[in-house]
Design a protein around this ligand. Structure first.
Ligand code: GLU
Length: 327
């Protein structure tokens, strides 16, 4: 009897506790936010995961639940955010510039006035790989070959076209251009259905690890004649791809010269300040932990994460940067 009484008191107490918990969660509604990334063998996908991880850890404080989506890349992400289909996205710095100014893929849509910058992340290089047996040693050797220049929603397609134009090549005439998602290219090179492929990504990436690990030998081709690009476009910078360090399976004995951009994190002016603030605070307050989440973040500093942004910084992010003296 006594036992039963204790049990029922405990049960009652349990119910009361449970009711308390449910009512407090009902009060603090969870805000679900989506982060658009890229293909799963790129660096955007793990980057979205890293950012989501930082803020989801504190869900009891912020009541934010961030989820990551694999997408077609930068252009898709910015368009989806502007359409209200996604809340955040990773996008190349050149794509952020173009969207903000209403040029390139936004020529018909005009300036994306609601686009907001949050921070920039890792550097990305524009690279071209080719199967060794395809006898491609320079960009000129692409003539007549099957080359992936990238899917329409990607950021890198325009980088490929810019590099080709700077080298006097027309993808509509000079070779068989494919518009495939990056994730598909390494497998198609291995199967002999593709000779070469462009991609703009941070390093190391699963994409190049996969592309250089197969039986068909693959090498990085230097991207040359970029002076005109550097002059014409403010967002391009000279770069070197650390092939020997990151991809020992590639048939290169030297690193290759190219140009590059930065990955950036963007959102809409419509995203609530407190949501942007929470994400920025968790990434920056726990900076060393964040940096450990991907080797491509090795050279990140809090200061350089505020460089390479064209759209205005979202007020939720700015509040944090002012609080800690970064702005
Ligand atoms: N820079 C690529 C693009 O926007 C994506 C790279 C990645 O997913 O890491 O198309």
């Amino acid at each position: 009897m006594k036992k039963l009484l204790i049990f029922s008191i405990a049960l009652l107490f349990g119910i009361a506790l449970f009711a308390g918990v449910t009512s407090s969660t009902a009060q603090a509604k969870t805000t679900f936010v989506t982060i658009g990334t890229g293909g799963i063998t790129g660096v955007y996908y793990p980057t979205g995961g890293a950012i989501a991880k930082m803020v989801n850890k504190k869900r009891k404080i912020y009541h934010i639940r961030a989820t990551v989506e694999s997408t077609g890349g930068s252009v898709f992400n910015i368009k989806a955010i502007m359409a209200g289909d996604m809340d955040f996205g990773v996008a190349q710095s050149d794509r952020q510039y173009q969207a903000w100014n209403g040029i390139a893929d936004w020529k018909d849509l005009g300036p994306q006035k609601d686009l907001r910058a949050v921070f920039s992340i890792h550097p990305e290089t524009v690279d071209l790989i080719a199967a060794v047996d395809a006898n491609i040693n320079s960009m000129q050797d692409l003539r007549g070959k099957r080359v992936n220049i990238g899917n329409i929603g990607s950021g890198y397609r325009k980088n490929a076209i810019d590099a080709l134009v700077a080298n006097g090549l027309d993808y509509k005439k000079d070779f068989h251009a494919e518009s495939l998602k990056a994730a598909e290219a390494p497998g198609l090179i291995q199967d002999g259905r593709l000779d070469a492929a462009f991609y703009t990504v941070g390093h190391p990436s699963g994409y190049y690890k996969e592309a250089t690990a197969g039986r068909r030998k693959v090498k990085f081709i230097p991207i040359t004649n970029i002076e005109s690009l550097l002059k014409k476009y403010p967002y391009y910078a000279k770069a070197v791809t650390r092939v020997t360090k990151f991809y020992p399976g590639a048939a290169n004995d030297k690193d290759v010269p190219t140009f590059g951009v930065k990955a950036t994190f963007v959102t809409s002016a419509k995203t609530p300040d407190n949501v942007v603030y929470a994400i920025v605070k968790e990434v920056f307050d726990n900076f060393e932990a964040f940096k450990k989440l991907h080797p491509a973040y090795a050279y990140l500093t809090k200061k350089n994460m505020l460089e390479g942004l064209s759209a205005p910084i979202h007020p939720g992010a700015m509040k944090y940067y002012k609080e800690v003296g970064l702005k």
